[in-house]
Design a binder for this molecule. Structure first.
Ligand SMILES: [Zn+2]
Length: 103
């Protein structure tokens, strides 16, 4: 078991949502307010997408990978994820702004 061949991802039948004439990179840099920066040293400085979350956007508690402390809801903080991951939700990490700066 376990032979999943999933080739040919390019076939986009049923693409009625044509918002932009040019193809956007699938690296989620198209997110509003996102920037690409050098990632944490423990991730070999891979390029990361970074997004700043304002206090109003922070509605949950998160664990910061920089200090293993809690980012409480209502705290503005950083969300970052590896650029090549394409911004999958499970790749995203929430950081204290200060911890991200010292990554
Ligand atoms: Zn932290």
């Amino acid at each position: 078991m376990g032979r999943k061949s999933r080739r040919g991802r390019g076939s986009s039948r049923n693409s009625k949502a044509q918002q932009t004439p040019r193809a956007l990179p699938r690296d989620a840099a198209a997110f509003f307010g996102a920037e690409t920066v050098e990632g944490p040293s423990w991730d070999f400085g891979r390029p990361y997408i970074l997004r700043r979350v304002g206090a109003a956007g922070a509605t949950k508690n998160y664990v910061c990978p920089g200090c293993n402390g809690t980012i409480f809801s209502g705290m503005s903080h950083i969300v970052a994820w590896p650029q090549e991951g394409g911004g999958r939700v499970d790749e995203r990490r929430h950081w204290h702004t200060r911890c991200w700066d010292r990554r």
